[in-house]
Design a protein around this ligand. Structure first.
Ligand SMILES: *Cc1c(COP(=O)(O)O)cnc(C)c1O
Length: 227
């Protein structure tokens, strides 16, 4: 599993270069390693090379994997969360990046209260208006902001997006720029701090960092192709 070490080192170098190219500090963006479909021993290998932050997109898979790994690992949910899984997920993760409706945020607030927890969230925004994806439209985010900002147990930290799949990484750039601009507008309109921009995957994380990403979600560039 030496390839995991080499891949991680290369990705971290590329992340730093992308940051400095765009006048940002090295370390301006944090790497979240997406471990969906990869077994616990490969996650352990990434952890052994210093990676602490991981993302999973399916609740059932995450629930099975986490107990096999050291408790020091930090987990984000990055896939669609069904309401009936909220209670299972909240104790396991530090952040849910994929909050895609005001109703989900409301249910999370209530259940976080019952569990005595506070959690960070990102709102998943469909800046590409891709009907195949979950997520808010820029307009529906605006409508949900007041409610979500008023929820004390669910702290809104920023926005996340998944651009439409494209053959060339450069095609993602306008979507990343649109998410950053939407974030800037929401901060002004609602007087809120939204420091986190989660954008960029294996094929386009460098471009995402050039456009202001603070979290990049990278899976196959670390572990290899998913089967
Ligand atoms: C799978 C997934 C990723 C990582 O994709 P790679 O192309 O393997 O880097 C990132 N974000 C989300 C939401 C995912 O589901």
């Amino acid at each position: 599993m030496n390839h995991i070490h080499e891949n991680l080192s290369e990705i971290r170098q590329r992340m730093d270069s992308a940051a400095s190219r765009s006048g940002r500090k090295a370390g301006a963006a944090e790497l979240i390693v997406v471990s969906k479909t990869f077994p616990a021993d490969q996650v352990q290998a990434a952890f052994d090379w210093g990676q602490l932050l991981f993302g999973e997109s399916r609740v059932q898979e995450m629930v099975e994997k986490i107990p096999q790994l050291p408790a020091r690992l930090r987990w984000h949910l990055i896939g669609h969360l069904q309401k009936n899984k909220i209670r299972k997920v909240l104790p396991l993760v530090e952040m849910v990046q994929s909050v895609d409706s005001a109703e989900l945020a409301q249910d999370m607030e209530r259940i976080a209260g019952e569990l005595g927890l506070r959690r960070q969230i990102l709102l998943q925004v469909n800046v590409g208006l891709d009907a195949a994806k979950f997520g808010f439209t820029p307009e529906s985010v605006r409508r949900a902001m007041e409610q979500i900002l008023a929820q004390p147990r669910i702290e809104l930290a920023g926005l996340m997006t998944i651009p439409p799949l494209a053959a060339e990484a450069e095609k993602s750039r306008p979507h990343f720029a649109a998410l950053r601009e939407l974030r800037d507008q929401l901060e002004t309109e609602f007087g809120a701090a939204l420091p986190v921009l989660s954008m960029g995957m294996s094929g386009d994380y460098e471009i995402a960092i050039e456009e202001g990403a603070t979290l990049v979600r990278v899976g196959s560039a670390v572990f290899g192709k998913r089967g």
